[in-house]
Structures are given as structure tokens and as C-alpha cells.
Design a protein around this ligand. Sequence first.
Ligand code: IVH
Length: 665
Amino acid sequence: MIKERIEELRRLLRQHNHNYYVLNAPTVSDREFDRLMAELATLETEHPEYDDPDSPTHRVGSDLTEGFEQVRHIFPMLSLANTYSIDEVDSWFGRVSEGLYGQKFDIVGELKFDGSGISLIYERGRLVRAVTRGDGGVGDDVTANVRTIRSIPTVLNGDDYPDFFEMRGEIVMPWSAFERLNAERAAAGEPPFANPRNAAAGTLKLRSAAEVSRRGLDAYLYYLLGDNLPCDNHFDNMMAARRWGFKVSDAMTLLHSLSEVDEFIARWDSERKDLPVATDGLVFKVNNLRQQLNLGTTSKSPRWAVAYKFAAERALTRLRFVSFDVGRTGVVTPVANLEPVLLSGTIVKRASLHNADIMHALDIHTDDMLYVEKGGEIIPKITGVELEQRPAGSQPVAFVSHCPACGTPLVRVEGEAAWVCPNSDGCFPQIAGRIEHFCGRRMMDVDGLGEESVALLVREGLVRDIADLYSLKEDELATLPGWGDRSAQRVLDGLDASKSRPFERVVYGLSIPYVGETTARRLARAAGSMERLRTMSAEELEAVEDVGPRIARAVKDYFAKPDNNRIVDTLAAAGLTMEAEMPAAVSDGTALAGKTFVISGVFALHSRDDYKAMIESAGGKCVGSVSRKTDFILAGENMGPAKLEKARSLDIPIIDENEFLAMIS
Ligand code: IVH
């Protein structure tokens, strides 16, 4: 009875997922869908004996972190030869015709999706493995992440699919998801992804399937490989694949002549701008599989297919002036302010010039006509100057020598492209920027304190640094222009709630130069507490994963300033979290005295950083490579084969996480 209901719910949910994600035609409300999903999840928890890795409940993704295993592709993943004009496509068409000794042939026209290539292996109608392109020969096994992508079926419909086959396609991040992700990253002070391709590739390699699921990836499938395919031509095979549940683009079109190929190009050159996902061109494939075989492949790409790349969108517009933005860490970024120009459907008024070196290399002069491009990128970039249109008497634009906000002479950090305003305590955008960062969603997440309200608090003289936030009074907030009791209370509640944010987010919120979210987490876990972090030597800091001399120096410099110590003391007194939540295991600080460990592989119970922290707080030491001096190897899943062999040849004991935890408790 229960088993039947579970199966029925799985079937229903799969169908609804397919209607929603593949057909874009849902037949139930989101609410009803959630209700069915909740019922299934409850039944599965109560009856683990009926668990199935392919159940729709697993698509929300678990937070299990796994390493990526490298897998050799059964069929190497080739790339495509590129063409950039109709003429070049026409010559390819001629070569195909010649290669087929003048036989008639059809072409399939497709969109070239700009994402991350993927190989999906299906056995008996179930998804068993998903592997990235990698170097074409070997890729990363990203099955757990791919399972969260709802437009990829984990169980197929119908019964006319081969027992074993491979489906190739592209994992993409739709523009809407991409914009949302970048807005979140901007709010958190993280660098945005340059384009949906990078965002899709980065997301596929995340360790948390739950985060992958949240980011809203999508997939289009375009190439079926294997024995016993249902049809003898590509187009019909793809139509069959669509019936099995795969998302095959509606743009895929059977073309019968060169003039139809040319029409296809003309049509998509303009219509691609309205697509929900990024494309960087078109792909043309010979339809008949036997003809494909006859044409064969070169070492890099098939002769039976070719890519046609769209020209990057480019516009020419006049420079109004170059402005200089000052960030919270004092870095000064040049920005070209332009006469508004329409580019790929949006009006562009500003484009980053990145840094002084890039600006000088472009040799920008006043009133220059500049080329702005927006390829797959969302942030427009200046790619050149139209010298023919340079007005007489125009002068080179110089990088500022003084901070545009506070007038302090800028300094250049040795070996870096960035010019920095050193007046960190007296420069408005730096002061406001640090406070805004501290209140950001991934730091203290203080409701009601965004860019504008923080700027107002600073201008009104209520706060100068993050410590001042915790002595704000309700009446001084409520009487700010445009504020009232409610907004004041909201901010105070937000600040109160910030006291329960974990230690690593406090570290991230301090705005120590070069310390981003991941580094902050590593530092927090390795140090264990603010007290310890303050006093760690450069050497100890550099022992933390991914911390080099530059970051170690920045941390030392930060805590060398009395003002920063006062700020940290005030935050501690206000009740913010100043200690890392240590993994359950406890030790007296001497259990591993003098012992040297090498950590390798992926762990289930704690992160690698946690184990490192545990070893160090028990008096042990962690090193990167195996040698005679190594006492133990703490090994997780997928330990590197070279390390394993070396450890065995030196007879070094290899322990797993359970043995390790027993050892220190
Ligand atoms: S077919 C052997 N079709 O473009 C031919 N590839 O530049 C296999 N791509 O590696 C590829 N859209 O990741 C094919 N409709 C499409 C495509 C497509 C995007 C990607 C794919 C490939 C790359 C080659």
C-alpha cells in the first residue's frame, strides 16, 4: 500500500517536473506540487527501506560534500570547428558535399548554447553518471550536482531507448538566474561572474548540491551516442530523446539546402537576443548518421559539424569623462562614463576600465570615440579607441594621483596594478563601504542597513566604524530624515540578530584586505577564536590553507592598528560571536604533540579545514606532502593515488576519520 503510494507520488512528481521544466507547461500549482513533494518526503523518511537515489526528493540536493572523481569519457568529447561568416559556412557545406561524393544530404540547424558541456550516461533508463568535458578525454564526475537540475531526467519515459547510451548537452544558467546570482554576490561584496558560462561552470563544481539546486541551472541536450539508437539520423533521434524526457531545443530545425542554412543564420542573428539563455552562435550538423561516419573526424573536431559564431555586439560611443570609484578597501577603479548607447538590448552608460595599466594600454584621450563590447559578458567592456575619430586637441586621460573622495595621495602596492587610498579611516566611501559590507547578507545580515541608510548614518555623524553600530539609540535613529519608530526598531532588531551570526562571518565582516568569504572561514576555523587570530604569527597564518604571505601580512597589519583592536573589543563586548563552533571532538591540546599529519581526500563527518584545526589544537602539525617525517595520513574518500603509494612505500599508518576522532577524544 505504502510502497504503491510512494511509487505513484514519484511518478506524478516526475511528470510535473517534466511539464514544468522541460515543456514549460505546468499542470498543477506550485502549492499542490509542494504538497505532493512533502507527502513523498514524509513517507520516504518513515520508510527508508523504499529509498531510491532517483526519487524526485533527492533533487532538492543534500548538503553532502563530495570530491570529484575523474572519469575517462567513453567517446572523447571533441570540440567544433568555428566559422565567423556565411561565406565560411558555405565553404564547409561545399567540403561536406565533396566528402560525400555529391550525394544529397540534410543539415540540422541548432543553437550553440553558451554554458558548460556535459556527458550523461544512462543505463536501463536511469541516469548513472554525469561528467564534465574536462580536457575532452577525462572529465569530473559531477553526478550529484547534475541530479539537482530539474530539466535533466533521472528516469526516462517510454521504453524505446537503448539499454546503454550517452547523451551530450550543455548545462546553462538562464539570464534570470544569472542576474539574481550576481545581485546576491554584489550585495555580499563578492566579485560577480562575468557571464552565464562561467557561472554555470562554477556552479557545477560546487561542493554543495543544495547550493547548486538553489542557483537554478538548466540544460539543453543535443547529441545522442551509443549502439542501437532508435533512428538512422540525428534529427529523429533527438525527437525520440525529447519523448524520453530530455529538453531538446525547439530551435532545432531540419534544413534541406544551403539557402535554408543561410535563412537559419539570418533568422537567429536577431532572434537570439530574445532567448532566456546565452548563446554564442549556431551549430550545423549533417543529419544522416551513416554520412557522419563517412565524413569522420579530425583529431579535434568532427568534419560533419561546424559552429557559426555570432559577432560580439559592439557599439561606438563618445567618452564623456573618466571617473574614479573608491571601494571599501581603498582600491581606486577607473570607470568610463559614456554617451548612452544601446547594446544587446540594454542602455550602456558606464564601463569599467579595471585599473591604471589597462586604462593606459587603451591610451584613452578626452572626447574619444570608444568601442564598447558585450559578448557573453554582462558587464560591458571598452575594447578600443577609434583613432580616426579622435578630435583635434584631445588630451590623454591621466589616472588620478589623489583620492577623488578625500584628496589623499594614492599609493601603489608593490607588484600590483591597483592604486589605493591609504586614508582608510578618513575617506567617506571606505568608511561607508566597510559598514555596508559588515551589514551585508553574507556577513551580519542586518535588516534595514543598505547602501543609502549606511551613507546617511555616516553623514549624520552617528557612526564612523562598525563598532559604533552597537551604540546606536532608538531616538537618534527615529529622528533621521525619512525615518520613524518602525525603521529605527527594524535596524535595532537587525543588529541584535547579528549577535548570533557565526564567528567566520564576523571575520569576513571586518573588511581585512584580501580576506574574502572562503579565506575568512578558513582563518576562523584555524584560529578558533578572535583572541587567537589577533596574535597568530605570519608563519602560523601562512599554514592555513590558501593563505599566502600577502594575506598573512594583511591580517597582521589589520591587528597592528590600535583602532581595529578597539573595534574588535567593542564588538566582543556587544556580544558578537568571537569563537568558532568547534567540531564535537575535544582534546586537551597535547594529545597529538609533535605528530605530523598529511590530510588527503574528502571527508564525510567534518571538513578538511576542521580536521586541520583539530590536529593543530591538539598540538599536531599538518603538512602538504608525504615524507619520512610524516607520522600519520588522515585519509578520506578518493585519496590521491600518488600519496597513497608513497605512504605505503614508507610504511606510514593511514587512518580514517573515525580512527582519528577516537585518537583525539
Ligand atoms: S555538438 C562532436 N551542439 O560547443 C560535436 N555542441 O565549441 C559535439 N555546444 O563542446 C558538440 N551547443 O559544449 C553541439 N547544439 C550544440 C551545441 C554544442 C553548444 C558546445 C559544446 C561543444 C562546444 C564546441
